[in-house]
Design a protein around this ligand. Structure first.
Ligand code: BES
Ligand code: MN
Ligand code: ZN
Length: 500
């Protein structure tokens, strides 16, 4: 689907469909009222008859509307005007796209982007309309033997803004929305690919492709390199797997040469069986999504590369499978991490923190201004926050604030959880410096506490995306989160809206 921006009266738009909003109860939005005047009260008469109340997400097609140059008019319910939130704006756009997809219209002009959404400007509304449109028409069919017919007829969407000055700013929103949408699609594709295709080598190939396309620097370390460096924690996870592990570094240098980079570290477990601490069989296929942290980092790099964002970013992806086997790590094994600290592995299913800790030590060499790791780390985080908010932990409050704000702007929200010293004692070990698990209580916190022991020398935030990176059930699949949050965070930094 292609997008463009236009200002002007709805009745003059010559295309397949005009999309205008209706607030509850039966109240036309401003572009709707303008169209109604041109149509000599045709729309208000339809509403008076009670065909559409304006309930959020409901839709009604009208044909042969007098005075309108378009073939059709689509009315979209917006809910109550006083309650018209960012979430409702996004729901209304999604409902419009869904209805248009089966309408036969190839082109439509969306007037919902003219509505007032809190204090958000035209650029924000356009960016979100683009992201929602792309997200709701995303399909993953490449593993089907017969490619499904593209089920949406819509080819072009014209996003309407109030006037000429808004048009210019909206163009930046369009560019940003598209870049994020492309990053999200990449993250979803990688997450949805089966674990026999999306291996550590596949992730490395994807990173190489991004490097080539956007002129980034790439390095892929092999098992022998990791052994030489002393990444004992990461390698302990890879022991049971026949797939060779990879350690990927991808660098975008868009900012001033001397500016310290932001480092993004993504968990890349391409399949998590639990290892010797084997997971139960039910739903084990979900653990193909255990590389969604890595996928979100690659998706964000794509968005950053596409926007040529003037900021320095280093992406680091430790990637391996977590498999059982004769060579696999046993519960009770003690390993030495790259930092020199020793870890007693009491549960081989707490493997994410083991690959991340060596990656976090590794990023020290880039003298990062800030480090953010992204990981499907704990089931406990899903229990705590469900599938709505990503869990956020940080050793720096200004950094946490920046991440939260980016999440709010991108509507890809996180919630700040504690990282207090008091929790650290749960990780104590009689035999090594500490253990890799801290018992059932506060599982998401103790996992973050484990990582905190490797991030003392820089500002660091940790995003636990176990509940937000993918969905189960009928809609099973990767969501692409938190690509929108991460990209917005980097955009804010590029624009100097940073305190740290
Ligand atoms: N990849 C899982 C976390 C996970 C669980 C993500 C469910 C998404 C849905 C992680 O490697 C894991 O197994 N964590 C354990 C930690 C425990 C052994 C301390 C968990 O959450 O049960
Ligand atoms: Mn695990
Ligand atoms: Zn895992």
């Amino acid at each position: 689907m292609e997008f463009s921006i236009k200002s002007g009266a709805p009745q003059s738009a010559r295309n397949g469909c005009l999309v205008v909003g209706v607030f509850e109860p039966r109240k036309l939005s401003r572009p709707g009222a303008a169209l109604d005047r041109a149509a000599k009260g045709y729309l208000s008469a339809v509403l008076r008859r009670g065909d559409l109340q304006g309930k959020l997400g409901t839709t009604l097609f009208l044909h042969n509307v007098p005075g309108a140059a378009a073939d059709r008019v689509l009315l979209v319910g917006l809910g109550r005007e006083a309650e018209f939130s960012e979430k409702n704006f996004r729901s209304a756009v999604a409902a419009a796209i869904r209805a248009l997809g089966t309408s036969g219209a190839e082109e439509a002009s969306l007037h919902l982007t003219e509505l007032a959404v809190g204090k958000r400007d035209a650029a924000w509304k356009v960016a979100h309309a683009v992201m929602v449109a792309r997200d709701s028409t995303y399909r993953f069919s490449r593993m089907k033997s017969k490619q499904e017919e593209n089920d949406t007829t819509l080819r072009r969407l014209v996003l309407s803004v109030s006037d000429r000055t808004a048009e210019r700013r909206a163009a930046a929103g369009l560019e940003q929305g598209l870049a994020v949408a492309h990053g999200v699609a990449l993250a979803r594709d990688l997450g949805n690919l089966p674990p026999n295709v999306c291996t550590p080598a596949h992730l490395a190939d994807q990173a190489r492709e991004l490097a080539k396309r956007y002129r980034m620097k790439i390095e892929v370390l092999e098992r022998a390199d990791m052994e030489r460096l002393g990444m004992g924690a990461l390698l302990s996870v890879a022991r049971g797997s026949a797939q060779p592990p990879k350690f990927i570094t991808l660098e975008h240098r868009g900012g001033p040469k001397t500016a310290r980079p932001v480092a993004l570290v993504g968990k890349g477990i391409t399949f998590d069986t639990g290892g010797i601490s084997l997971k139960p069989p039910a739903d084990m296929d979900h653990m193909k999504f255990d590389m969604c942290g890595a996928a979100s980092v690659l998706g964000t790099m794509k968005a950053v590369g596409e926007m040529r964002l003037p900021v320095n970013v280093v992406a680091v992806i430790p990637t391996t499978e977590n498999m059982p086997g004769g060579r696999a790590t046993r519960p009770g094994d003690i390993v030495k991490s790259l930092s020199g600290q020793t870890v007693e592995i009491l549960n081989t299913d707490a493997e994410g923190r083991l690959i991340l800790c060596d990656a976090l030590t590794y990023v020290e060499r880039f003298k990062p201004a800030a480090v953010i790791d992204i990981a499907t780390l704990t089931g406990a985080c899903v229990v705590a926050l469900g599938h709505v908010a990503t869990g956020l932990f940080a050793n720096d409050d200004a950094l946490a604030g920046g991440v939260l704000e980016a999440g709010a702007t991108a509507h890809d929200r996180a919630w700040h959880l504690p990282l207090w010293e008091d929790y650290q004692e749960q990780l104590s070990s009689n035999f090594a410096d500490f253990a890799n698990v801290g018992g059932r209580a506060a599982g998401a916190v103790t996992a973050a506490c484990f990582l905190a022991r490797f991030t003392k020398t820089f500002k660091w935030a940790h995003l636990d995306i176990a509940g937000t990176a993918w969905k189960s059930g009928k809609e099973k699949g990767a969501t692409g989160r938190p690509v929108p949050l991460l990209t917005q965070f980097l955009i804010n930094r590029a624009h100097g809206a940073r305190k740290s």
